[in-house]
Design a protein around this ligand. Structure first.
Ligand SMILES: NC(=O)c1ccc[n+]([C@@H]2O[C@H](COP(=O)([O-])OP(=O)(O)OC[C@H]3O[C@@H](n4cnc5c(N)ncnc54)[C@H](OP(=O)(O)O)[C@@H]3O)[C@@H](O)[C@H]2O)c1
Length: 258
């Protein structure tokens, strides 16, 4: 299937590694010009060179902290100035810390809000006129499977992701007339640095991963490219009638029936 992403301009946030990097790579493989953005400039530039080399696509690295308003404005202005349009926006960010509800103070709630909800709202709002000008667009939010079934210690993540789900529903409603679709992708357990860093320190990492995989129907942890494939499809011409959804990529781990 030709996803018809040639000539599309895609902005993928939080993309020097993990899910964002895999999404940027897959969109580049499909022919899009991809702008990648995260904080560490050296890592970001290395990722841009790697994707450029493996795909031959045009990759532009713009160091950005998605939680900072001035960075977000600079990023979108740069892309709009260079290309005159934005076709695809993939909202993504680092994850907030895991702990019990009673341990988080106001500052941690505020940080999670700025990183995992406000950044998605702000970047979507900034990209919107450039999608409208292009005659349509795709906004895809990377959230978490915790919006579907409870994940222990994920109160900050779950609260902010639920906000994104509500926002995306309203945005899908309002932006449909502009031919802009808005969808959420909800990862279960996908092997990235974030997952590696949250393994218990006192157990062999392979053993700990196997233990976590045991409760997943497909019997294994996902690979970033398996999530990226769904994002590329949602970004494609073929996904033109899919909007306002939240789709899990979790190997069947969610046990909810709806
Ligand atoms: N992997 C999973 O199984 C899983 C499951 C559920 C939800 N998620 C969510 O999916 C998102 C991505 O996770 P991941 O596993 O890919 O994480 P990861 O491997 O730790 O990668 C995080 C990426 O985000 C960038 N980043 C972090 N904070 C940023 C900021 N303020 N501004 C711009 N870029 C920032 C990092 O680069 P810099 O540090 O250089 O900025 C890095 O490129 C997270 O929100 C996570 O909670 C992941």
């Amino acid at each position: 299937m030709d996803l018809q992403l040639n000539d599309k301009i895609a902005v993928v946030l939080a993309s020097s590694k993990g899910l964002g990097k895999a999404i940027a790579t897959t969109l580049a493989q499909e022919g899009a010009t991809v702008i990648i953005a995260s904080r560490n400039a050296d890592e970001l530039n290395a990722t841009a060179s790697e994707i450029k080399q493996s795909t031959g696509a045009q990759i532009i690295a713009l160091p950005t902290d998605v939680s900072k308003a001035e960075d977000a404005e600079k990023l979108i202005n740069h892309v709009a100035g260079q290309f005159g349009r934005i076709d695809i926006l993939v909202n993504n960010a680092g994850g907030p810390p895991f702990d019990k509800f009673e341990h988080f103070d106001d500052e941690q709630w505020q940080n999670a809000f700025e990183l995992n909800l406000l950044s998605f709202a702000r970047l979507s709002r900034l990209a919107l006129p450039h999608m409208q000008k292009a005659g349509g667009g795709r906004i895809i939010n990377i959230i978490s499977g915790s919006v579907k079934s409870v994940l222990a210690n994920s109160v900050l993540s779950t609260s902010m992701r639920m906000g994104v789900v509500g926002m995306a529903k309203l945005m899908a409603d309002e932006l449909g007339p502009y031919n802009i679709t808005v969808n959420n992708v909800a990862p279960g357990l996908i092997l990235t640095d974030r997952v590696k860093h949250t393994l218990p320190k006192d157990v062999d990492p392979d053993e700990a991963l196997q233990k976590r995989a045991a409760s997943i129907p497909l019997g294994r942890i996902g690979e970033p490219k398996e999530l990226a494939a769904l994002v590329a499809f949602l970004a494609s011409a073929q996904a033109s009638y899919i909007s306002g959804t939240t789709i899990p990529v979790d190997g069947g781990a969610g046990r909810n029936i709806y």
